[in-house]
Design a protein around this ligand. Structure first.
Ligand SMILES: Cc1cc2nc3c(=O)[nH]c(=O)nc-3n(C[C@H](O)[C@H](O)[C@H](O)COP(=O)(O)O)c2cc1C
Ligand SMILES: Nc1ncnc2c1ncn2[C@@H]1O[C@H](COP(=O)(O)OP(=O)(O)OP(=O)(O)O)[C@@H](O)[C@H]1O
Ligand SMILES: [Mg+2]
Length: 508
């Protein structure tokens, strides 16, 4: 069989191993379940295209097709008449639809098109025909690969079936190595710079493949297999700048602008010592000032224990509600340095060796590296981007919208901050800075509370807060982006009380 021969005769040892393992999983599934009770979930994407050809190879190995004298499978049989389900959506690319239908015809797949969402579609399918297992082209790094194995029962709340993921451990590079080695047809969108395909509304060509020189018109892209860093496979699945509709909508790692023109950030500090009270967290205070200085709003600062689940829970919560999440602490070679593992867990991916980062580490710590595997070079797979700047000994690690700042003191933080701002693709968009006015008063908070409540209603665009400096002194702050509005609000407050009740102070 042509697939089997192409892989075996090729020189790619890694691909050969991945191929053998995937076909083994497929064969075991065919041995476990009746052929009529398994289905293939095919959507015309590159991963399911790879899976289609692996299924063909696995099917004929399973059937015990006689091998040729050279050990490869006979060419004569090409089809795997497996029940195939395609969830067709009105938002699918026409190229994806046509490729799916044409491929099903070419390879004799028993295609069933489903026009509802995954869950209800599967419920109906299982009621209609007993289905014990479904093959999927899920790979580690896909958002939905969270905690999955090659054989994973469907989740609670879903109809019961086994999800079989033969290419779970394949990388982006492996996928393209297989497609190119076996010279199989793939959807034409991958030749136009698309590297992972969702709906027409959330998928654009991957900007990293853009060819923008004087000879080529803008909007030309290299084919998907040219993407050198597979971790950025989903870069084209991100939405463009959009208005945030509500504070809980996930942002897929993309900066969004709130209707009030703010970007928001959260800070997660990992440090048992801070919680014991033996160390003080100066970094988040410094970072709040920096963010405030470029017009960003910090919505939350949390200190968590050096514990994978604590980090994961906090990051998971914050990454959905903020444009960026900054993380300090818990990064290094110690057993308590679990921040990266926590981030990986929050995104549902594994930690995997990162050759580029390992190279930086080797330069930096050279002979101090012990063991044959550098644990510090394990980074969250599929979501990590290294932000390199000449002034930094190590690149900063960015996992979608989470930035790990490895600063140990405020001075280092300042350097990292400056570098972040100087990066050509900085995630830190500089906005109109905040302006503020602070008034000190000897009036008690009880005396001014009602007036301030009214002002808050009248000036929803201005933050008005009161801080008790002592039993007899209050500090009223007005913060916002429009100085005129701030002056107006402060003026209103002063005019509501006898002259001289407030005096302006500088809170630098
Ligand atoms: C055949 C099939 C089975 C699925 N089973 C589950 C499941 O058991 N649990 C679950 O949370 N999602 C399940 N999903 C949904 C996927 O996790 C995921 O949402 C889907 O593949 C869309 O991926 P995308 O958002 O990257 O396009 C299933 C999807 C398909 C097609
Ligand atoms: N609409 C769908 N119909 C049938 N199966 C689907 C559908 N969407 C996803 N799947 C299954 O989930 C797997 C992972 O989905 P994913 O969106 O990553 O597609 P893909 O084949 O991997 O292509 P790409 O990553 O390039 O978009 C697919 O390989 C397929 O098995
Ligand atoms: Mg995929």
């Amino acid at each position: 069989m042509e697939i089997d021969r192409a892989v075996r005769e090729g020189s790619d040892r890694r691909l050969q191993t991945k191929y053998r393992n995937a076909v083994y999983v497929i064969q075991r599934a065919f041995a476990l379940y009746e052929f009529e009770q398994v289905a293939f979930s095919f959507n015309g994407g590159k991963d399911s295209t790879v899976l289609l050809h692996l299924l063909r190879a696995g099917y004929y190995l399973h059937k015990g097709k006689p091998e040729c004298s050279n050990g490869s499978l006979s060419d004569s049989v090409l089809n795997c008449p497996i029940r195939t389900i395609y969830f067709e959506s009105p938002c699918a690319f026409p190229e994806i639809n046509s490729f799916t239908y044409e491929t099903a015809t070419v390879y004799g797949l028993q295609l069933e098109t489903i026009h509802s969402d995954f869950k209800s579609g599967l419920e109906a399918l299982l009621k209609e025909k007993p289905t014990k297992a479904i093959f999927l082209g899920t790979r580690i790094g896909d958002p939905n690969a969270v905690g999955q194995e090659q054989f994973s029962p469907s989740s609670i709340g879903w109809p019961p079936f086994m999800r079989v993921n033969p290419i779970l451990d394949w990388s982006y590079r492996d996928v393209w190595a297989f497609i190119l080695t076996c010279k199989v047809q793939y959807c034409s969108l991958y030749d136009q710079g698309y590297t992972s395909i969702g709906s027409i509304y959330d998928t654009v060509p991957n900007a990293l493949l853009s060819i923008a020189d004087s000879l080529n018109a803008e909007g030309t892209f290299k084919p998907a297999y040219m993407l050198s860093d597979g971790r950025l496979e989903r870069a084209g699945r991100t939405k463009k700048m959009h208005l945030k509709c509500n504070s809980t909508s996930p942002n897929n790692g993309v900066i969004s602008v709130t209707s009030s023109g703010f970007f928001t950030a959260s800070i997660v500090v990992v440090g048992d010592e801070i919680l014991f009270g033996t160390a003080e967290d100066k970094l988040s205070a410094a970072l709040c000032k920096k963010l405030y200085g470029i017009g960003w709003q910090v919505t939350h600062v949390a200190v968590v224990q050096n514990e994978i689940d604590s980090v994961a829970e906090e990051v998971e919560r914050r990454k959905f509600t903020n444009d960026l999440v900054f993380l300090f602490g818990g990064f290094g070679p110690m057993q308590s340095d679990v921040s990266l593992a926590g981030v990986a867990k929050a995104f549902g991916v594994r930690l995997a060796p990162d050759e580029e980062f390992e190279e930086y580490l080797r330069h930096l710590i050279g002979k101090h590296c012990t063991g044959d595997r550098n644990e510090m070079a394990l980074l969250p797979e599929g979501i990590t981007e290294l932000l390199q700047h000449e002034k930094l000994p190590l690149p900063l690690i960015k996992c979608q919208n989470v930035i790990i700042l490895a600063a140990t003191n405020v001075c280092e933080l300042e350097t990292q901050w400056d570098c972040l701002l100087e990066l050509p693709n900085t995630p830190l968009v500089q906005l109109a800075p905040f302006v503020s006015k602070h008034l000190s008063s000897m009036l008690s908070d009880v005396e001014i509370a009602q007036t301030i409540s009214k002002l808050c209603l009248e000036f929803p665009d201005v933050y008005i807060g009161c801080q008790r400096k002592s039993r007899v002194q209050s500090l009223i702050s007005f913060v916002g982006k429009d100085n005129t509005r701030i002056e107006l609000a402060a003026g209103r407050l002063c005019n509501s009380f006898p002259e001289g009740a407030f005096s302006e102070v500088n809170c630098g």
